[in-house]
Design a protein around this ligand. Structure first.
Ligand code: TYD
Length: 208
């Protein structure tokens, strides 16, 4: 089973994923967590290029192709082989980030992005996607307060992040069987509880 976590900046995905992985293991499944961009030797090098603060001249098309290049690598090297072994793979971001940030955020053509994504992933889609949703201002505040690394993409205008959030919500509404929206403005423990409830239901559907 392939599960992805998506959300705007500061939604707490990375922290929640760690607890979620423990929970899924307790249910008797083998679990692998990954993150994008990166997660492979080659992908981590691509991540450096994408995130560098001084790469301000990067063209949006270059950015898309770099995200998708890192994704092509992690899908073939890590995600598919593990799914084939029956491992539950949980990824911190995946293709929907490209649609949200490059598509809704930067206004690039969604259909073209979907075609590029299909090429990069060989059509691999998540079985379940959790949207950790919260107000943009709240998320950016948390990110600054948490002292986490500030990258070139975080430095976009607030309006950009608002379009990203709206894009996520639109995608979640359009495909409700795959997407589940979690209110990430709650206390972390409550967020984890809500995530676990959704995941448990999904895992039960595949348990023998
Ligand atoms: P990261 O430091 O991993 O932050 P986060 O904890 O928010 O995931 O940075 C990833 C950044 O890259 C984040 O701003 C979202 C952005 N991004 C895209 O714009 N497109 C993509 O396809 C992906 C995977 C990420």
């Amino acid at each position: 089973m392939f599960i992805t976590l998506e959300g705007p900046e500061g939604s707490g995905k990375s922290m929640q994923i760690r607890d979620l992985a423990d929970f899924v293991r307790e249910q008797g499944f083998e679990v692998l967590t990954t993150r994008e961009p990166g997660g492979t030797f080659i992908g981590d090098q691509i991540r450096e290029v994408i995130m560098r603060m001084d790469n301000t001249m990067m063209h949006p098309n270059t950015e898309i192709l770099l995200f998708c290049a890192a994704r092509a690598q992690i899908v073939t090297e890590v995600i598919r082989p593990n799914l084939e072994k029956g491992v539950v793979v949980i990824s911190d971001r995946y293709g929907d980030s490209t649609l949200a940030y490059q598509g809704y955020g930067h206004g690039l053509d969604l259909q073209i992005l979907k075609d590029i994504l299909k090429f990069a992933t060989g059509g691999l889609k998540p079985d379940l996607t959790l949207l950790l949703d919260l107000e943009v201002d709240e998320g950016l505040k948390r990110k600054i307060k948490g002292g986490s690394e500030w990258n070139r993409l975080d430095a976009q205008k607030v309006e950009f992040h608002k379009r990203v959030r709206a894009g996520y919500k639109e995608m979640a509404l359009a495909e409700p069987e795959r997407w589940k929206v979690i209110n990430a403005s709650n206390e972390p423990q409550k967020v984890q509880q809500d995530i676990r409830a959704v995941i448990l239901k999904k895992l039960e559907s595949i348990k023998r």
